[in-house]
Design a protein around this ligand. Structure first.
Ligand SMILES: *[C@@H]1O[C@H](CO)[C@@H](O)[C@H](O)[C@H]1NC(C)=O
Length: 224
């Protein structure tokens, strides 16, 4: 009996080991060629972007210039995100990685949002940012203040934010584990959905009355 039990454990471990690589593939699909430079002229929709003919690929397909320039932080949230994803840098297509520059004027905020397809690792180059994410276990907040040179990771799919708490501007570079991370801001997704979400849904989700829900909804239409 003891050997049978041992065998069962052994087989269970084998199955687990075989499944592990599959579980860790919860990210962009692996490339099956050296590169697949996105062909912007092709409107065909696939899981990614259609590849340019290899003979037409040039070095500039792998180049993006201008990330030294700050984004425009004059909007109501006083922040700017400059993405360098497959849409901006065609050579990133199928490679499972992208970059963004984040600028914050004083008091600027990158409001709570998720990237459905990417983990984000952020390096703060200048300023002070209060950053954090909320885990799905007990809605635990993991938050701290970053200073120049600090690096923080936001795990894939979790709600996170960055707020400039410094005396001046803040600048960060973020790397993301998808050629197309996607972004969904939590508050506008619910209060500025198009067409609008029924008030009753939001009243019950946020313990608000209808007047309060309509007030928040209206604040988003005037903000945009
Ligand atoms: C989540 O909350 C429950 C109930 O308070 C607690 O028993 C559990 O340890 C918490 N889990 C974590 C990961 O903090």
């Amino acid at each position: 009996m003891e050997t049978l039990a041992k065998r069962v454990v052994f087989v269970a471990l084998l199955v687990q080991a075989a499944l592990l690589p599959m579980l860790s593939m919860a990210a962009d699909a692996d490339p099956i060629q050296d590169f697949c430079v996105a062909d912007a002229s092709n409107t065909l929709t696939i899981n990614g972007l259609v590849c340019k003919t290899a003979a037409d690929v040039k070095v500039n397909d792998f180049l993006f210039r201008g990330l030294d320039k700050p984004g425009n932080t004059n909007g109501p949230t006083a922040n700017a995100v400059t993405p360098v994803a497959a849409a901006q840098l065609p050579g990133l297509n199928t490679l499972g990685i992208s970059l963004a520059r984040l600028d914050f004027a004083k008091g600027g905020i990158n409001v709570p949002h998720i990237h459905p397809r990417a983990t984000e690792v952020l390096a703060l180059l200048q300023g002070e940012l209060y950053v954090g994410f909320v885990s799905t276990t007990n809605n635990t907040l993991f938050a701290t203040t970053l200073y120049a040179g600090d690096v923080f990771v936001f795990p894939r799919g979790l709600v996170h934010f960055q707020l400039n708490v410094g005396k001046g501007a803040a600048v960060a570079i973020a790397a993301l584990s998808s050629q197309n991370p996607g972004v969904q801001q939590v508050a506008p997704a619910l209060f500025a959905a198009n067409p609008p979400i029924n008030d009753e849904v939001l009243e019950k989700a946020f313990n608000l009355n209808q007047k309060q829900v309509q007030h928040i909804k209206a604040s988003f239409t005037t903000r945009a």
